[in-house]
Design a protein around this ligand. Structure first.
Ligand SMILES: Nc1ncnc2c1ncn2[C@@H]1O[C@H](COP(=O)(O)OP(=O)(O)OP(=O)(O)O)[C@@H](O)[C@H]1O
Ligand SMILES: [Mg+2]
Length: 266
């Protein structure tokens, strides 16, 4: 059975944010980046990795950022996830400007509001799949106990139910990535940021992981931003932003229909 909270249309409601130190807005983009620039400087060498990028991601959207190697995708990912500071420009997460927060508050906001999925899975090797999911929930800082029914639902959705007691080393790459997605989703973040989530997977497992991201967007209305160099992977999103030389060059529609849009069929 689905948790009751999921029986209403998940896209029409936002999960209330209870952490008092960081206010939540009920409307507006989940992420709003304005004129972001990131310059890496090592000695005399300056690399403009991201140049004057503005992007807004609305609740329920599935956005892909696609571009060739070195185009600035990971840098943009780190900026949007608050993992690195912008040289210029600003980033609002759920209405909160990262730049106004000290390091501790930034970390709290990130843990509470963003679910990360990385190319190399980054599961803790000494913990079972379940342990990895539980510790992510604990770190998220949520006061209420982890919703076991929701975990059951996620495990079904991600087809990892029978694998939760295993260590990462006992799981296939595809399974590890699906556990990493469950770990990212368990605290119901405002947004999931995924950097090359299929980069270490074969074609079959890539397809399964992409399908899981698409399902979590469709069925849980999980706002998702995926970074990829693969145009085929990007096509499953609702909106595709093409990045080159640190700049968003163009935008196109993907296969996914955005909730509330006229053409939506999901
Ligand atoms: N820490 C750093 N110091 C200096 N230059 C960097 C640093 N990190 C990235 N760069 C440079 O910034 C540019 C963008 O790098 P980035 O990692 O964002 O690209 P990417 O699109 O993610 O590439 P890939 O597909 O290979 O992962 C590249 O020219 C890269 O060499
Ligand atoms: Mg990269």
């Amino acid at each position: 059975m689905l948790p009751s909270a999921l029986s209403v249309d998940p896209c029409t409601r936002r999960i209330p944010f209870t952490m008092s130190s960081v206010p939540s807005t009920s409307a507006g983009p989940i992420i709003e980046a304005e004129n972001l620039t990131k310059i890496y400087a090592a000695g005399r060498v300056r690399v403009v990795a991201v140049h004057d990028v503005s992007v807004a991601i609305e609740p329920g959207e599935f956005v892909a950022i696609v571009g060739p190697s070195g185009s600035g995708k990971s840098t943009l990912f780190y900026l949007l996830g608050g993992l690195t500071r912008a040289t210029e420009g600003r980033i609002l997460i759920d209405g909160t400007d990262f730049a106004t927060l000290n390091d501790a508050a930034r970390t709290r906001l990130r843990r509470h509001r963003i679910g990360f999925v990385f190319q190399k899975f980054n599961l803790l090797p000494t913990l079972s799949a379940m342990g990895n999911i539980e510790i992510a929930y604990t770190i998220s800082g949520r006061k209420e106990p982890m919703d076991r029914q929701y975990l059951d639902h996620l495990s079904e959705l991600l087809s990892i139910k029978g694998r939760l007691k295993h260590l990462p080393s006992e799981l296939s790459g595809g399974e590890q990535q699906r556990v990493a997605i469950a770990r990212a989703l368990i605290a119901r973040p405002a947004i999931v940021l995924a950097d090359e989530p299929t980069g270490n997977l074969d074609t079959k497992n890539s397809g399964a992981v992409l399908e899981m991201l698409a399902r979590s967007n469709r069925e849980l209305c999980q706002t998702t931003l995926m970074i990829t160099h693969n145009p085929e992977a990007a096509a499953i999103a609702g909106r595709i932003l093409h990045i080159r030389d640190g700049q968003i060059m163009r935008e196109e529609k993907g296969l996914r229909t955005t909730p509330g849009s006229q053409t939506a069929s999901a």
